[in-house]
Design a binder for this molecule. Sequence first.
Ligand SMILES: [Zn+2]
Length: 55
Amino acid sequence: MIVVHELAHLKERNHDKAFYQLCQHMEPSYHQLEFDCRVYLLWKNDQDNPKNTDG
Ligand SMILES: [Zn+2]
């Protein structure tokens, strides 16, 4: 997923519509992978900061 993202940057400098279309062209499930990655990072952040809870 990261590789696709970096490869897309070789062609598209910004994170605009064309950039994501290029990502999806190389990796059809790019959006799902990116979503999974974000969920993982949120979970990991939560694990690293156990005090950061309600109350
Ligand atoms: Zn980027």
